[in-house]
Write a protein of this length. Structure first.
Length: 246
């Protein structure tokens, strides 16, 4: 799993009347916003999820290192099963889905205790609230970064956004996109598909083909790519300016 990296953009997150807190266990570092402070419960949820994953990876080391899809394993814990399925759908190794899978599972557990929950895990986000949201788009040094947001209607939740970058952060990417973001109801799928989408983008000439590919991934409802000053989107991705003209 990736090492901790300070995430300065988190100060931009939050919502009226909501509590924001972190849950950090080893390499897992979550920023959570909820209708009440569930710090202890969040840490406990992370520990449970990680325990299952770590035990499985010790017995199945290929799942930790493979960059190719691995077959389903009915003996795996549920989160790993979701990661394996996402890898099959997106053509990636299972660890390409780990951040999104953890965000969703922790968010799902906390949703049983709170009416509103948002969990961010290194650019992968689980959303379950009763309000419409705009999620800011961070894309490194691109002039588009911080100027646009993705609008999410409450009726579409729970929902997940997965983001991969070849220029920002610690995640492995074989491409050059400043941001490749995928919307899906499943966090593991959103994460794996975002990784595979970003891997396909080395220049602006790749945008059309990359979006054509992601449009064929079952379960994905929308996607966008930012590379430099260029942005391309497909599907259900409604954008809105943040803090001025975009």
């Amino acid at each position: 799993m990736p090492k901790f990296q300070e995430r300065i953009y988190r100060v931009k997150c939050g919502g009226s009347g909501l509590a924001s807190f972190t849950a950090t266990v080893k390499e897992t570092d979550l920023w959570i916003t909820a209708s009440q402070d569930l710090s202890q419960e969040a840490v406990e949820a992370v520990m449970v999820v990680r325990r299952g994953l770590e035990s499985y990876l010790l017995e199945n080391p290929a799942a930790l290192t493979s960059l190719e899809p691995l077959p389903p394993d009915p003996t795996a814990p549920p989160v790993m099963q979701a990661m394996l399925a996402a890898g099959q759908a997106a053509g990636t190794g299972p660890m390409a889905a780990v951040a999104g899978a953890i965000a969703q599972e922790v968010g799902r557990r906390l949703s049983e205790l709170a009416g509103e929950v948002m969990v961010e895990n290194g650019g992968d986000v689980y959303l379950a609230t009763g309000r419409d949201l705009t999620v800011g788009l961070e894309a490194g040094d691109s002039p588009i970064s911080g100027r646009l947001g993705i609008k999410i209607a409450h009726r579409d939740m729970p929902l997940c956004l997965g983001t991969s970058s070849g220029t920002v952060g610690h995640s492995l990417s074989l491409g050059k996109a400043d941001a490749a973001t995928v919307k899906a109801p499943d966090g593991a799928l959103a994460d794996a598909a975002a990784t595979a989408l970003g891997n396909r983008v080395h220049s602006a000439r790749d945008l059309e083909a990359a979006l054509d590919w992601v449009s064929g991934v079952p379960g994905v409802s929308g996607a966008l790519i930012v590379i430099g000053a260029k942005l391309a989107a497909w599907g259900d991705m409604e954008l809105a300016p943040l803090g001025g003209p975009a």
